[in-house]
Design a protein around this ligand. Structure first.
Ligand code: ADP
Ligand code: MG
Length: 458
C-alpha cells in the first residue's frame, strides 16, 4: 500500500523554493491540503475551501507536481477537490488496491535551504541547543574535551520550537564546509518505514532493500541525524537494529544527533539500553521563546520574506502566540495574506485581528495593543502616531498615558515596552510612567483620561 501521507509530507518538505512557492504561500495554501487517495495515478488532495482549491489549481499545481517528481513519486498528476466531491473519491478508494510503491530515491544530502544557523534566532530558551548544534556541525564526532562529549547530541523540546530547523542547519553547514562527509537526516518514521520494508523483502536477493541494505544505509554515514525519536516504536527487532547501528557509528567516531519532544528518560517506549546510549552525550533542551525572542523571530521572517509589517502588528502577533514558532510563522503568513486580499501594501492591526480572530485566544484579557488602541481612540490619534517619534503635545501626552497604563496593568519588562513604542529606551519608559504617576495625584484631566481609557478596556 502506498503511504500517501508520507509522500505528501516528503513533497511538502521540498516545495518551498519551487516555482516561486515561498514559506508564506506554502503555509497559506499548500499546508492546508490533505492527501486523500490516489486515483489513476493522480494524487487527490482535499482543500479546506473552494477558494483554496481555485488558488492551488491556478498557481501552485505545477509546483506541487514538481515537488512530487523531485521525491521520485510515480504520481504524475494531482487533483484538488473540496469536501463535496469527497464521497465520489472515497467510494473509489475501496476498489483501489495495491499499486507499485514509489521508487526509492536517496535524498540524504538534501536539506531545506532556509533552515540555517543564520536564520535561527538565538535566545535564552534555545542557546544551549543552538551552540551544541553548531559545535557538532563544525567538528562532527569530536569531543569538546575529555569531560564533555557531544556525541550523541540529544535535543529535546515541544513542537514547533526549532528542533528540525537545527538538524537541517547542521546538514546545510556540513554540506557546505565538509562536502565529503556523508550526512544522513531521517525522520524516525521514515527509518521505521524503511525497516518494515527491509524485513519484508528477501534476505538474500542482491540489490534488494533487505535488512542488510537497511543496516548499510544507516551505518555507512559520517553523521546520522534521527528526528523525533519519541516515535521509535517497540517493534520487534527495530530498536535492536538501531542499537547496533548506534554502536557502530559511535565506535567509529561518527556523529549522532537525535531529537525528541521529551528527554530520553521520559520516552516510555524506549528500551533501556538505547535510552542509556541516548543519554551518553549532551542533552540540550529547547524551551518556549520569550516575547523579545518572538519579536525577533517575526522580524527575521520579514527580512527573509522581504515583507514589511507594521510594528504594532508584530507585537500583536508576538504577544498572543507564545508557545509555538511554527504557529507564529503561520499566523504571520495569514495576516499578510489577508492584507493582500484587501489590497493593502502591508497589514495593519485591524487586518491582523480579523485574520487571527479564530486562531488567537487572548490569554488574560488585555494586552498592550488593546491599551494602545483604546488610548488612541480616546485621544483621536492614529496608532502609528503614538508609536512614532512625533512629539506634538497631544501625541506625546497620549503616548505617556498609554505607557503608564501598560506598566500599571501588564507585567511587561520596561525594555519590551520600549520596543513596543518604536524602540524607545527603557529610561524613556520610566520617565513617562513616573510623569503620569505624578500627574495622577493632582491633575484632573490626566486622572479622567486614565480612568476613561481603562473603562474602555472592559
Ligand atoms: P520542531 O522540529 O521543533 O517541531 P521546527 O524546527 O520544524 O520545529 O520549527 C518550526 C518552524 O519554526 C520552522 O519554520 C522554523 O524555521 C521556525 N523556527 C523555530 N525556531 C526558530 C528560531 N529560533 N529562529 C527562527 N525560526 C525558528
Ligand atoms: Mg520537527
Amino acid at each position: 500500500m502506498i503511504d500517501i501521507q508520507r509522500i505528501w509530507q516528503d513533497a511538502c518538505q521540498k516545495i518551498v523554493g519551487i516555482e516561486g512557492v515561498n514559506a508564506i504561500s506554502y503555509s497559506v495554501w499548500i499546508q492546508s491540503l490533505t492527501p486523500l487517495c490516489v486515483k489513476d495515478n493522480t494524487l487527490i488532495l482535499l482543500a479546506p475551501s473552494v477558494n483554496n482549491k481555485h488558488v492551488v489549481n491556478r498557481s501552485y499545481k505545477s509546483a506541487i507536481q514538481a515537488a512530487l517528481q523531485s521525491i521520485g513519486s510515480i504520481f504524475t498528476d494531482v487533483r484538488v477537490i473540496v469536501d463535496d466531491e469527497k464521497d465520489f473519491y472515497m467510494k473509489e478508494i475501496e476498489e483501489y488496491s495495491e499499486q507499485e510503491a514509489a521508487p526509492r530515491i536517496e535524498k540524504g544530502t538534501q536539506f531545506i535551504s532556509r533552515y540555517t544557523f543564520d536564520n535561527f534566532v538565538v535566545g535564552e530558551s534555545n542557546k544551549l541547543a543552538f551552540h551544541a548544534a553548531q559545535s557538532v556541525a563544525k567538528s562532527p564526532g569530536v569531543a569538546e574535551n575529555t569531560y564533555l562529549s557531544f556525541n550523541p547530541l540529544f535535543l529535546y523540546g515541544g513542537v514547533g520550537l526549532g528542533k528540525t530547523h537545527l538538524l537541517h542547519s547542521i546538514g546545510n553547514y556540513v554540506n557546505e564546509h565538509m562536502p565529503n562527509l556523508k550526512v544522513l537526516y531521517t525522520p524516525t518514521e521514515k527509518l521505521t518505514n524503511d525497516y518494515v520494508e527491509a524485513i519484508s523483502n528477501n534476505r538474500n536477493e542482491k540489490g534488494v532493500f533487505n535488512l542488510h541494505a537497511f543496516r548499510e544505509k544507516y551505518r555507512t554515514v559520517d553523521m546520522l541525524m534521527l528526528d523525533d525519536v519519541q516515535f521509535l516504536q517497540k517493534r520487534t527487532g527495530l530498536q535492536e537494529v538501531v542499537f547496533h547501528i548506534f554502536n557502530d557509528l559511535y565506535q567509529n567516531g561518527k556523529q549522532i544527533v537525535l531529537t525528541s519532544d521529551r528527554p530520553p528518560s521520559e520516552i516510555a517506549t524506549l528500551e533501556d539500553r538505547l535510552r542509556s546510549r541516548f543519554e551518553g552525550g549532551l542533552i540540550a533542551d529547547i524551551g518556549q521563546p520569550n516575547l523579545e525572542m518572538r519579536i525577533a523571530i517575526i522580524r527575521k521572517k520579514m527580512i527573509l520574506e522581504k515583507i514589511a509589517v507594521n510594528d504594532d502588528v508584530v507585537y500583536y502577533l508576538a504577544e498572543r502566540i507564545d508557545s509555538n514558532i511554527r504557529e507564529l510563522e503561520g499566523s504571520l503568513a495569514k495576516v499578510i495574506f489577508y492584507a493582500k486580499l484587501k489590497g493593502l501594501p502591508y497589514p495593519d492591526i485591524d487586518t491582523a485581528k480579523e485574520a487571527l480572530k479564530n486562531t488567537v485566544q487572548k490569554k488574560n484579557g488585555i494586552d498592550s495593543s488593546d491599551i494602545i488602541q483604546a488610548t488612541c481612540n480616546y485621544f483621536n490619534i492614529s496608532q502609528s502616531d503614538i508609536i512614532s517619534k512625533k512629539r506634538t503635545k497631544d501625541i506625546a501626552e497620549a503616548r505617556m498615558i498609554a505607557i503608564y497604563i501598560i506598566t500599571e496593568m501588564l507585567s511587561l519588562p520596561l525594555v519590551t515596552i520600549g520596543q513596543i513604542f518604536g524602540g524607545r529606551d527603557y529610561s524613556t519608559i520610566i520617565h513617562s510612567r513616573d510623569k503620569i504617576a505624578a500627574a495622577m495625584k493632582d491633575d484632573p484631566d490626566t486622572i479622567r483620561a486614565v480612568k476613561d481609557i481603562k473603562s474602555m478596556l472592559n
